[in-house]
Design a protein around this ligand. Structure first.
Ligand SMILES: [Zn+2]
Length: 596
C-alpha cells in the first residue's frame, strides 16, 4: 500500500518570516517527478507568482541529495529516482493581503497555493498535512484555526490534518497563533469564529448575528448545507477592510445596542464570503472546472459569480433582520450612484470586464473609472434588475432566488461547471420567461439598466439630487459644509491626501479638470493663491459658482504649474431611494425584502 502524499509546515523562523515546508512522495514519477507552485489563488483573479517567495528549495531521499532542475518560473523537476522523494522549501511569508502567507512573532497565516507544492499528475490523491508549532516557550499558547479536516490533531491544536485532493488542500486557509474562539451550529453544521488581533469583541452578540445570517443562507439554498464545517477567520487590525481582515472598531462591543455602520460592513463581508460557499466555490464556471493553476482561467461570467454574491450579501442581511430596510435602500442608492458616475460603463460590458479581470479589474489604475466597469458593482445591480424583472413578469411566482437554487441543484451539487451560457439558460428555463433581450443589453452591451422602472414595481422611487461634494466620492450623510456645496461646482476629479497635500488620484472624462490639463498624480497646493489642504479643499471650492475661473498652483513631479480652470456646475448625479405608499408595490416589496 502506498502512503498518501505528505506535507509538513513549520514556522521555523518567525522573526525572519520564514516557513519551512516539506512535501514527500513515496513513489515518484520514474522519469523524474515534477513539482509546481500555483501562480494564482482561486477567488482572486491576479497572477501572483507565489514561487517568487521561495527562498531555498532542495530535494532528497533520506540523506541523499537529489538533483533538481527548475523548468520554468514555477515548475521544478527532480532527477529520476526509485524511492521516496522529499522536497523542502523555505518560504518567505510577509504578504499583508489575505491571499498569500504571513508570519511573525505574533501570528502565522497561510493559503495553500503559496506554500504547498503540487505534485504533477497526482493532484487527485488524498494528502496529509502536519502543522508544526514554532519552537520556544513564547509560542506555547499558539493554536490552529482552519476548516481543514483533522486527522490526528486535537481541535484547534497543532498536529496532522488531511484533504481529499490538492484543490481541497488549498481551499482552507490556516491561522496560527492565539485567538478568541466562539462556536455555533447552523443547519446542523459546526461553525467557528476565530478572531486574532487586539480587540474587545462582544462574542455573544457576534455569534448570535452570524448564526442568524448562516441559517438564513442555508435555508435559502436548502438543507443540508454542503460543508462539514465552516470557519470565519477574522483578523482585527486598526484600519483595513477585506474578506478576513476587518477594522478593529467594526466588531461589536459590549453595550452596543444598535449596530453601527462599521459592524454592518463587517456583517456584509461575512455574508459575502459565506454566500461564496455556494456561489463560485461550488456553483462555478466550467472554465474553473478544474482550475488550471499554471495560467489565467478565462470566463465572461464573473458578473454572476461576484455580482450576484454582492447582490445577495446585503439583501440576505435584510431578510435575516440584521439590516433595516432604509439602510439597505441607502446602500443601493450609493451603488447606483457609483455605477452611473463611471463613464467606463459606456465602454466596457460586464462580460468583457469579467474576461479581462486579470489585467484590468485586479490591476486598476488612475484611468479605470474612464475605461471600465466593475463586475461587482454592475453585476450586483444586474442581479437586482433580473430579480425584480422576474418577480414582476411572473406575477411574483418566481424570482432570482429560484434561479440560484436551480443553479445549485443543476451544477453546484453535482460538481458540474456552469457553461458560459448556463446562467441565462437556467434563468429562462426556471422562469419560463424570454430573457435574451435583457441579458443582451445588461451583460453584452453597455445600455443603462432599467432600474427606475423596475424599482417602482416594488414601491421604491428613485430620485436624483446634486452631489454633496465638489470632488467625486461615495455619497453619504452630508456634513454641514457639504450641504451648502449642493448648489456648487464639480471639478471632475477624485482626490486623496498625501503628506498634508491634496493629491489628484483620478481625472474623470469630460470634466473641468481634464479640460484644464490637470493629471492624476498632480499635487494641488493653492487655489487662487490660498493654500489648499485635504481638510479645507471642499470648503474653498464651495465659494465658487459655475462659470467662475479659478487658478490652481500644482506640482507635477517636481515642476510647479499654474492652471486656469473654468468651473462647471455640478450635475445632479446622486441617486436616492425611498419607499412610496402604493399598496401593490408594498406587497411586492414585502415579498422581496421579507419585511415591510
Ligand atoms: Zn467575492
Amino acid at each position: 500500500m502506498t502512503l498518501p502524499i505528505r506535507y509538513s509546515i513549520f514556522p521555523g523562523n518567525p522573526e525572519a518570516h520564514l516557513f519551512e515546508v516539506r512535501c514527500t512522495v513515496d513513489n515518484p514519477d520514474p522519469w523524474g517527478q515534477t513539482f509546481s507552485l500555483p501562480i494564482w489563488i482561486p477567488g482572486s483573479y491576479l497572477i501572483r507568482e507565489f514561487a517568487k517567495h521561495v527562498v531555498r528549495i532542495r530535494a532528497q531521499s533520506g540523506r541523499k541529495l537529489l538533483r533538481m532542475v527548475k523548468l520554468d518560473k514555477n515548475n521544478w523537476q527532480v532527477e529520476p529516482f526509485d524511492g521516496p522523494v522529499t522536497v523542502t522549501m523555505e518560504v518567505y511569508a510577509w504578504d499583508l493581503s489575505v491571499r498569500g502567507a504571513h508570519l511573525d512573532t505574533t501570528h502565522g497565516f497561510f493559503n495553500g497555493p503559496s506554500v504547498f507544492l503540487k505534485v504533477e499528475g497526482r493532484e487527485e490523491e488524498a494528502v496529509e498535512v502536519e502543522i508544526l508549532p514554532p519552537k520556544g516557550t513564547k509560542y506555547r499558547n499558539w493554536g490552529v484555526a482552519t476548516a481543514m479536516p483533522r486527522k490526528g490533531a486535537k481541535p484547534y491544536l497543532f498536529g496532522t490534518y488531511e484533504a481529499a485532493n490538492y484543490d481541497e488542500l488549498i481551499d482552507h486557509p490556516v491561522e496560527l497563533g492565539t485567538f478568541e474562539l466562539a462556536t455555533f451550529k447552523a443547519g446542523g453544521v459546526q461553525h467557528d469564529v476565530a478572531i486574532t488581533g487586539r480587540h474587545r469583541t462582544d462574542m455573544r452578540r457576534l455569534t448570535k448575528d452570524l448564526k442568524t445570517l448562516c441559517e438564513t443562507q442555508i435555508e435559502f439554498f436548502g438543507t443540508p448545507a454542503p460543508m462539514d464545517r465552516y470557519v470565519f477567520l477574522v483578523t482585527a487590525v486598526g484600519d483595513a477592510s477585506t474578506a478576513l481582515i476587518c477594522a478593529r472598531n467594526d466588531l461589536p462591543h459590549t453595550g452596543m445596542d444598535k449596530p453601527g455602520g462599521g459592524y454592518r460592513t463587517f456583517l456584509g463581508l461575512a455574508s459575502h464570503e459565506y454566500f461564496h460557499t455556494w456561489n463560485v466555490k461550488r456553483i462555478k464556471p466550467a472554465a474553473f472546472t478544474p482550475y488550471d493553476l499554471d495560467r489565467e482561467n478565462y470566463t465572461t461570467l464573473l458578473w454572476a459569480f461576484e455580482g450576484f454574491t454582492s447582490y445577495y450579501d446585503d439583501l440576505l442581511l435584510v431578510r435575516a433582520g440584521l439590516m433595516p430596510r432604509n439602510t439597505y435602500l441607502d446602500t443601493l442608492g450609493r451603488n447606483i450612484t457609483s455605477l452611473l458616475r463611471t463613464s467606463g460603463r459606456k465602454k466596457q460590458t460586464v462580460a468583457e470586464s469579467s474576461f479581462d479581470a486579470w489585467i484590468k479589474y485586479y490591476r486598476s489604475d488612475e484611468n479605470t473609472p474612464n475605461a471600465g466597469v466593475s463586475y461587482y458593482g454592475k453585476g450586483s445591480l444586474i442581479g437586482l434588475s433580473l430579480d425584480l424583472l422576474i418577480r414582476n413578469q411572473t406575477g411574483g411566482r418566481k424570482s432570482l432566488d429560484d434561479v440560484m437554487r436551480a443553479l445549485w441543484k443543476r451544477y453546484g451539487m453535482k460538481g458540474i461547471g456552469v457553461p458560459e451560457d448556463g446562467i441565462e439558460k437556467t434563468a429562462e428555463q426556471v422562469t419560463g420567461l424570454k430573457l435574451k433581450r435583457f441579458f443582451g443589453q445588461a451583460v453584452r452591451a453597455t445600455a443603462d439598466l432599467p432600474l427606475q422602472k423596475l424599482l417602482v414595481t416594488v414601491g421604491v422611487d428613485l430620485a436624483l439630487r446634486p452631489p454633496r461634494s465638489g470632488v467625486d466620492r461615495r455619497e453619504r450623510k452630508p456634513t454641514r459644509a457639504e450641504k451648502t456645496a449642493e448648489r456648487g461646482v464639480a471639478l471632475g476629479v477624485r482626490t486623496g491626501a498625501e503628506g498634508g497635500n491634496v493629491r489628484i488620484t483620478h481625472v474623470l472624462d469630460g470634466g473641468a479638470a481634464q479640460k484644464s490639463g490637470l493629471a492624476s498624480g498632480d499635487i494641488v497646493i493653492a487655489m487662487d493663491g490660498l493654500r489648499v489642504t485635504p481638510d479645507n479643499f471642499e470648503n474653498q471650492l464651495s465659494r465658487y459658482r459655475a462659470g467662475d475661473t479659478v487658478t490652481l498652483h500644482t506640482f507635477r513631479r517636481d515642476e510647479l504649474n499654474v492652471l486656469n480652470m473654468t468651473l462647471a456646475a455640478a450635475r445632479p448625479d446622486a441617486w436616492s431611494l425611498s419607499v412610496n405608499d402604493n399598496p401593490a408595490g408594498a406587497r411586492n416589496r414585502k415579498r422581496w425584502l421579507g419585511t415591510d
